[in-house]
Design a protein around this ligand. Structure first.
Ligand SMILES: [Zn+2]
Length: 421
């Protein structure tokens, strides 16, 4: 299944990157989905060093014929019903299903909407997930807009969208499950494990296992916000292929932390990336729009929809990034904004002790771009305040020609800080 997807991806990318730039079809803004229903930062200790292989090669628009992608799709036969959560979703239709992961203490099932658009034409199944952390609101709106912008009769393949994976956290405005566990550390789960492991297992086996590719949407955590960006393990050729489909969006190499949905899906052979956009607990329209545009561009470059406008030149790929941490406690005020370009030694922000009035400066140890940062707040020493994407001329060369994942050292701080997705 995956190989088929990758073949389609490659052909589609080659074809459609240079394709027309037709405007968005207004007709695509409405669908028949019944009943309306409604991402954090990397870096090991203080330095994410990319373990890249030389496999990354952005696919440039070369003169290739678009119909190739169509030919591949056509050769795959007729579209088939999508069997999901005990329901057969017929080709050319959309439906709102419901996934029940667990029960509340009273024995009442907690159900989560699962939106499905099964296209009239055959193709891959793309999955979009959001709010695995319940306080990450931007992704909910991103998935909603993408799903309700699709017209089933114009889609090749299927799109499965789960706007709120962690519905229990969402209801409480919390990143976590009610037992304080981070759901995104328990995938692929265990049917006999903790509550988190069981929920993860149910979601993974009932929904994720149906996907040919996955985009998991997150925001920064704990009052940090992220420039909209794609995080992927750029040692993995399938993930690289996916990242090339998002158009003009920053790409950051990031080894997935074990237990994350991205990690588990990749291990299961499902190419996966994380889309980070903005910060938690707020709905940020600009970040939402960028996220929607990126996913729509991906759907287009996958050859699953036509007529959506393609999006600009690729942004730089950051193979390395580094967090600048507070050395003193106090009130953090930023001197840069998200997306700023900085040079080594530039002032990023100041921290002032409200009692002694002592003031310290945070300066960038690298030239690069601010791809994530803390909102102005009171911080303790050690707080990760600014995330600098470091542009390097070429991907570092070591490791994994076969694209296999290996856990890197130094990820433990992320894991604890909740800075990785
Ligand atoms: Zn998250």
């Amino acid at each position: 299944m995956t190989h088929c997807l990758i073949a389609i991806l490659l052909l589609s990318l080659a074809g459609s990157l240079l394709a027309d730039s037709a405007a968005i079809d207004p007709g695509d803004q409405h669908t028949g989905i019944r009943n309306d229903t409604t991402g954090d930062a990397v870096s090991p200790s203080d330095q994410t060093v990319a373990a890249g292989s030389a496999t990354y090669a952005p696919i440039q628009g070369q003169e290739t014929e678009i119909p190739l992608a169509n030919a591949v799709a056509a050769a795959a036969g007729l579209a088939e019903p999508l069997d999901l959560l005990g329901t057969k979703v017929l080709p050319g239709t959309s439906q709102r299903l419901s996934w029940s992961a667990t029960e509340l203490f009273e024995g009442v099932p907690v159900s989560t909407p699962v939106l499905v658009v099964n296209g009239s034409m055959p193709g891959p199944t793309l999955c979009l997930t959001a709010a695995v952390h319940g306080d990450e609101l931007n992704g909910i709106e991103i998935v909603r807009r993408v799903m309700y912008g699709l017209t089933p009769t114009k889609v090749s393949g299927a799109v499965i969208g789960v706007p709120i994976v962690n519905v229990q956290g969402f209801r409480r405005g919390s990143r976590y499950l009610p037992d304080r566990r981070d759901l995104n550390r328990y995938f692929p789960g265990n049917p006999h494990g903790s509550a988190a492991a069981r929920i993860a297992h149910s979601f993974f086996t009932n929904v994720i296992a149906k996907c040919d590719a996955l985009v998991d949407v997150h925001t920064g955590s704990f009052e940090r916000t992220n420039l909209p960006q794609i995080r992927a393990d750029l040692r993995n050729p399938d993930a690289v292929t996916l990242t090339a489909g998002f158009g003009s969006m920053v790409i950051l190499h990031s080894t997935p932390t074990a237990g994350t949905l991205r990690y588990a899906a990749t291990q299961a052979g499902i190419p996966s990336v994380t889309l980070e956009a903005g910060g938690p607990s707020q709905l940020e329209l600009n970040e939402v729009k960028v996220g929607v545009k990126g996913i729509q561009t991906l759907i287009n470059t996958l050859g699953m929809v036509k007529k959506i406008r393609l999006w600009g030149d690729p942004e730089p790929v950051y193979y390395r990034s580094s967090w600048v941490r507070a050395n003193n406690g106090g009130i953090l005020l930023a001197d840069v904004s998200l997306g700023s370009t900085v040079r080594k030694g530039d002032l990023l922000g100041t921290i002032t002790d409200p009692m002694s009035n002592a003031r310290s400066e945070l300066r960038s140890p690298y030239s690069g771009r601010i791809i994530g940062m803390a909102r102005n707040q009171v911080v303790m020493p050690g707080f990760a305040a600014f995330h600098v994407g470091i542009q390097t001329d070429e991907p570092p060369i070591d490791v994994a020609d076969d694209g296999t994942l290996s856990k890197e050292s130094g990820d433990s701080d992320d894991y604890i800080d909740g800075m990785s997705e």
